[in-house]
Design a protein around this ligand. Sequence first.
Ligand code: BES
Ligand code: ZN
Ligand code: ZN
Length: 474
Amino acid sequence: MIAQIKIKEEEKIYKSKIYIIDTDIDFTALLDNNDNYGLVQSELKRKSTIFSLRSIDEVKIFVLIEKKDDELIRLEFTRRKAAEAYALLKSNNFDEVALYCNNSELESAFLEGLILSSYNFDKFKTEKEKYKLKSVYSSQSDAELQNLLSAVFWARDLVNEPPAHQTAMDLAKEFENMSSKIDGLDSEVFNKVQIESLRMGGLLSVNRGSVQGPTFTVLSWNPENAVNEKPIVLVGKGVVYDTGGINLKPTGYLETMKSDMSGSAVVSALIRAVADNKLPINIVALIPATDNRPGKDAYVPSDVITMMGGKTVEVINTDAEGRMILADGLTYSEKYDPELVISVATLTGAAARGFGTKVFVSMGNAKEELQNLHQASLVSGERCWEVPFWEDFAEELKSNIADIKHLGGVNAGAISAGKFLENFVSSPYIHLDIAGVSFLEKPEEYRPVGGTGTGVRALYVYIKNYINEKQSAS
Ligand code: BES
Ligand code: ZN
Ligand code: ZN
């Protein structure tokens, strides 16, 4: 169970307290005694940002947030400080905590960071983690944040599930199960026979090496009060395990490849949060899913595949499977006549090498929306950076035998992958490569080891801003 956000009662005595102090404004009233005020002043002089006072059955943690030139960086600093505070709570074994703060924006950033830090995946441990943060008392209850963070935790769980426990069919069942619990969130799952009749050649060819069938899941949220007529359609890569196929990955590359369905986790968690919070927007999530394996009948380099829309694709490397399954998802999106299409995928090692574990890569032809997404990414702390998307990058995709090759040269691999995908969408398009940020081998601040769910919060802020903009325009 995720820690619950509750309203703090002024009379109640809490045994563990965190003072989040905006040192740029007066904080005398926040502290309950003069000793603490003096202590904070002297720690501030020493440039401390976090310290704690412990007595027999009580702990007080002080987090000092100084002014920074950039307010959004300050909020992210606050979220990250919350991870340190969480470690202190855990080492003191306090299962509830009350927050005291003189700046409501800092308080909610801290709250977000604290809960995000409390994630733990112990499903497969015989001895479960004993410590659990149960409740956080804050100046306001925040059902919207609670739902959003529950969706992030759910996305992390999906990514952490090992491949033998999560075939494409299992994953689709998870999506169905999730949607059945939310009123108005519809789901439909296509099995192999239906995928064949849709002629999804990309998804089917990647699936050929597998003994498990592929799935294609459609999640849709269409509330009556939606601000948009044409929906926003998200397409998430659902490769439940990527061995590379016939172009088998070597040791060192295979170990994290259960995370290759992170795009599907992000788009489904996003629509879950949107639906849970009843946001007035038409939105659809499409999820092609399969594993990628070198089975007896696996597709091979030099194969030519007829994709869903009829385009032919020359296969160069079976490890570039994500774009094959996404292409069919993108083609399928056309039936909605979308206002905007966004693909989310752990698509290329190039994105991971170029930008590391903290920044995901954005690109596309929907220029204004890319700007808005970038702004949302700064607000959420899940940052993205846009790379160029000129036609030059598509030149390498020319094929001698088919309409197009699915792979460019060795350089600018993240961009040429995006250019490949662009062939399958005629609506305004954004592609997000989350290969670097989806899975961590060691924890980073409020992001745990394993699946991170990165992208859900950035996209959620983007969707909120999109709705606000539409509402203020009408
Ligand atoms: N799933 C991988 C990309 C990936 C790499 C995700 C590292 C997360 C971390 C993708 O399917 C892939 O294998 N891409 C290859 C393509 C190459 C063979 C042309 C890559 O980028 O190395
Ligand atoms: Zn691959
Ligand atoms: Zn992959």
